[in-house]
Design a protein around this ligand. Structure first.
Ligand code: ZN
Length: 124
């Protein structure tokens, strides 16, 4: 069922253009639907992910983030100063690998790190 809350959450992710944590989705979503609650955000994330309308992005030592599915594989960038994660609009294809016996590979990530423009200019 399409609800206002769900539409708001999808809009938040679309407008952000970068992977968001659940807390970021909640706080940006509240700017659109003030009564949006954490339980609704969690439930919506679960439903969207189950339908492959949302992709989880995980980096070591970081909270899980979510983004809308992309038609193009792209690397991510994490700012070591503000911890924001960005999509890098760069065409990139992960190299095919032959995993060791018994491993089933269902995904891969390329992650660059450094400083985002805001932090580099001292505004962050
Ligand atoms: Zn930054």
């Amino acid at each position: 069922m399409r609800t206002r809350q769900r539409e708001a959450i999808e809009a938040v992710l679309r407008e952000a253009g970068r992977p968001l944590t659940r807390d970021e989705i909640l706080s940006f979503g509240r700017a659109k639907v003030s009564r949006l609650g954490p339980a609704t955000v969690d439930r919506t994330i679960r439903e969207l992910a189950a339908n492959f309308q949302l992709v989880g992005v995980e980096f070591p030592g970081q909270p899980r983030r979510y983004e809308l599915p992309s038609e193009n594989e792209h690397p991510h960038f994490i700012c070591r100063s503000c911890d924001y994660v960005f999509d890098l609009p760069v065409a990139m294809r992960l190299p095919k690998i032959r995993p060791p016996e018994g491993f089933e590979v269902t995904g891969g990530e390329v992650i660059y790190s450094g400083t985002c423009p805001d932090c580099a200019s001292g505004a962050g």
